[in-house]
Design a protein around this ligand. Sequence first.
Ligand SMILES: Nc1nc2c(ncn2[C@@H]2O[C@H](COP(=O)(O)OP(=O)(O)O)[C@@H](O)[C@H]2O)c(=O)[nH]1
Ligand SMILES: Nc1ncnc2c1ncn2[C@@H]1O[C@H](COP(=O)(O)OP(=O)(O)O)[C@@H](O)[C@H]1O
Length: 224
Amino acid sequence: MPAEAASSQHRSIARRGIMLVVSSPSGAGKTTLTRNLIEQEKHITLSVSVTTRPRRPSEIDGVHYHFISKRRFDIMRDSAELLEWAEVHGNCYGTPREPVEQALAAGRDVLFDIDWQGTRQLYDAMRDDVVSVFVLPPSAAELKARLERRAEDSDEIIVKRLRNAAEEIAHWPEYDYVLVNRDLDKSFLRLRSILTAERLKRVHRADMESFVEGLLDGLREITA
Ligand SMILES: Nc1nc2c(ncn2[C@@H]2O[C@H](COP(=O)(O)OP(=O)(O)O)[C@@H](O)[C@H]2O)c(=O)[nH]1
Ligand SMILES: Nc1ncnc2c1ncn2[C@@H]1O[C@H](COP(=O)(O)OP(=O)(O)O)[C@@H](O)[C@H]1O
């Protein structure tokens, strides 16, 4: 393909949004951080997962998750309606494909609160679009205290989540960024900074080509 044709084809590619993935052991604070980001940042959409886990008292169906039966989950998984899926703490979770593809095609960023297994699947499918952040608790005792303070799960479920925490934490080296969530405000600022920096990366700035062309046209005009 002649260079000119290749460059005009490249110009026609719309900006694709970033897939910002946040993972952590249960209780480290990823839901709090991701909800704050959605509230304060325009142009980012939260991917609402489907899950077979029972709804917690504070959760709203369709907002925090789509709560579905195992039968419905199996149908969605088998008919490729899920972009990725995993079993976590004995329940099934998955990301509906269509809303993500629509948002990305429209140039919107998408935020995912998913585990390491899902992050791997997104990396395998769409490596160039994925930016991943791992959130660690400041200590084991604080992780336990946060799960207890949240007071949404039974003691038995809290113990299960603490037992699974080591397995989730083992995957932190697979992520692009790591946050130790000590102070919530500081962690939030850092998460927001990651998004800002990633948005400014040249590979995510397909819109810059026409801007720079205009700039060069302007320079030619004033130096002619
Ligand atoms: N792979 C995958 N993991 C998910 C999805 N939705 C939630 N998770 C993960 O499942 C785990 C349990 O989530 P949840 O039951 O809401 O408990 P939480 O960890 O206390 O927020 C967390 O690590 C979530 O990030 C999903 O669609 N796909
Ligand atoms: N930096 C922090 N300091 C103190 N408490 C926090 C902090 N971040 C989150 N929390 C609290 O810890 C609990 C667990 O947070 P949550 O966001 O539900 O975690 P996760 O989604 O990772 O399971 C919640 O009660 C939340 O308000």
